[in-house]
Ligand binder design. Structure first.
Ligand SMILES: NC(=O)c1ccc[n+]([C@@H]2O[C@H](COP(=O)([O-])OP(=O)(O)OC[C@H]3O[C@@H](n4cnc5c(N)ncnc54)[C@H](O)[C@@H]3O)[C@@H](O)[C@H]2O)c1
Length: 360
């Protein structure tokens, strides 16, 4: 008889439904509990999702007292820290939705809690499960491009600003930088093997979010809807990172890796107003190189697949819990991009370059 993995869901809003749907495809997982701070919401969620055997709680602390192996944390960003730390200290394995945290200090504390409790803290970046994302990483890390010295990434929605908790500085931390920027940072940094950042020089703006012509909650909009940053890394590597929730432009351009022997241009799959950021699969990869006596380019063939990337991230976490494997996307690694986002916000505030503050 297979060892059943018992899971609890903390925060039963929009994205929790995708977690439930993914867990239900796994015969070795049982969703045994759900919790939400809005009284009665977890109960309604459990009924609506047909989780007839799941207990429902009005706080995550009550849920953590139950017999569980792991939790999916699907709360707004501001609650990631408290719920993750409490879950780890209660001995649960944690799959946490992106972005990791609101502040760098919180991210550090979460990593510490994972170490001290010897539990995993895995952050939910589903694009990593695109087989073409793994191919991109293999190509770049194989040395085929030579020394990579410049990377440009990011993405933009012409119009795609969320509201509610996402536009509050205290509840979300940052705007477009954290909400969608974390994806492009992860795709670039994971491809490069998470190099160590040194400094950041950034600019942010919120001309759209604060304008009632463009946002129905303009008077509550406290975060940035656009950001650009130059990040300097060890070993003479630089990364330019651009992100927008709204702009008068169709795209902020492709992601590119410039190396001494070849360059790679990568574009995201998908179309429509909310696409164009690295929250899904790769749409194309082109290598630029000098061969056959001239400048040439090669279309890197994409691996065809029907994978649901979100289901894959949940499956990998559940299997890691079952098999006692380490975190698939460890908090310690994502801490590096939280330090970059922290640097972006400080630099934009101070209007000058700042050092990235990383623990030793
Ligand atoms: N990976 C992805 O593709 C993806 C997509 C959308 C959202 N997200 C992330 O998921 C998180 C949640 O987003 P959402 O759109 O589902 O938000 P949501 O507002 O729809 O749902 C969040 C729920 O959490 C509850 N909550 C708040 N604090 C809580 C606490 N301390 N304990 C228990 N419940 C609490 C709220 O009452 C609400 O029901 C965000 O961090 C967001 O960035 C990830």
């Amino acid at each position: 008889m297979m060892n059943m993995v018992k899971i609890g869901i903390i925060g039963t809003g929009g994205i929790a439904r995708a977690h439930v749907s993914a867990y239900r495809k796994l015969p070795f997982v049982q969703i045994v509990a759900a919790a939400d701070v809005i009284p009665g919401r977890a109960r309604e969620f459990a009924e609506r999702e047909g989780l007839t055997d799941a207990a429902a709680y009005d706080s995550h602390t009550e849920l953590l007292a139950a017999d569980l192996d792991g939790v999916s944390i699907c709360t707004p960003n501001v609650s990631h820290h408290r719920t993750a730390v409490d879950s780890l200290r209660a001995g649960k394995q944690v799959l946490l939705e992106k972005p990791m945290s609101v502040t760098l200090a919180e991210a550090l504390d979460m990593v510490k809690a994972a170490k001290e409790s010897d539990r995993m803290l895995s952050i939910g970046f589903q694009p990593r499960y695109d087989p073409n994302m793994k191919r991109l990483q293999e190509i770049v890390q194989s040395g085929r491009l030579g020394q990579v010295y410049y990377v440009e990434t990011g993405g933009g929605r012409r119009r795609g600003m969320p509201g509610g908790t996402f536009i509050s500085k205290t509840l979300a931390g940052a705007g477009a930088m954290a909400d969608i920027g974390c994806y492009s940072l992860d795709m670039a940094l994971n491809t490069l093997g998470y190099p160590r950042p040194l400094t950041v020089s950034a600019f942010t703006a919120n001309h759209f979010g604060t304008n009632p012509l463009y946002h129905p909650e303009a008077n509550k909009f406290e975060v940035e809807d656009f950001g650009v940053a130059m990040v300097r890394f060890e070993n003479d590597l630089t990364l330019q990172f651009k992100i927008s929730w709204a702009m008068h432009m169709d795209t902020l351009g492709a992601t590119m890796f410039l190396g001494t022997d070849a360059g790679l241009k990568v574009t995201p799959a998908g179309s429509g107003p909310w696409s164009g950021v690295w929250d899904g699969a790769i749409g194309s990869m082109t290598m630029f190189h000098d061969d056959f006596g001239g400048h040439t380019s090669t279309e890197v063939p994409l691996i065809g697949h029907q994978l649901n990337l979100f289901d894959e991230k949940v499956r990998d976490f559940a299997e890691a819990v079952r098999d006692g494997r380490p975190a698939p996307i460890p908090g310690e690694q994502i801490l590096i991009q939280q330090a970059i986002i922290d640097g972006v916000l400080r630099s934009a505030d101070l209007r000058r370059e700042v050092s990235v503050q990383l623990p030793v």
